[in-house]
Ligand binder design. Structure first.
Ligand SMILES: [Zn+2]
Length: 110
């Protein structure tokens, strides 16, 4: 039974890594500093001169480009039509800026 439990734990980590890899084509080292403390909270440790975004600071629940929950981490934000949208990566932000009207419906506003 102990062995089975270990395998399931490994599988969970593997799926979690896959989810991150699917969203980030270019993983950045700063992601390893993120600490998930609960379903809706997250502590992000970055250099003090970098802006830190939290899910509470944005109006969307999901990254409009890739669908990842903003609670998983926000790399940058965009102000669009009076709302603040958070994005998991610069790539997702750039994709949104190229075609905001098509992607904004995926954002799931709070
Ligand atoms: Zn994304």
């Amino acid at each position: 039974m102990l062995r089975l439990k270990k395998i399931s734990q490994f599988y969970f980590v593997f799926v979690f890594m896959l989810a991150i890899a699917a969203c980030h084509q270019n993983p950045k080292s700063e992601e390893s500093d993120a600490v998930i403390t609960g379903a809706d909270t997250m502590i992000v440790k970055t250099d003090s001169n970098k802006p830190v975004y939290t899910a509470a600071m944005v109006d969307n629940k999901k990254d409009p480009n890739c669908g990842m929950p903003v609670t998983a981490g926000i790399a940058d934000t965009v102000h669009y039509k009076g709302k603040v949208y958070g994005f998991c990566s610069d790539e997702c932000r750039d994709a949104f800026l190229k075609n905001p009207d098509a992607l904004v419906k995926n954002a799931e506003l709070k």
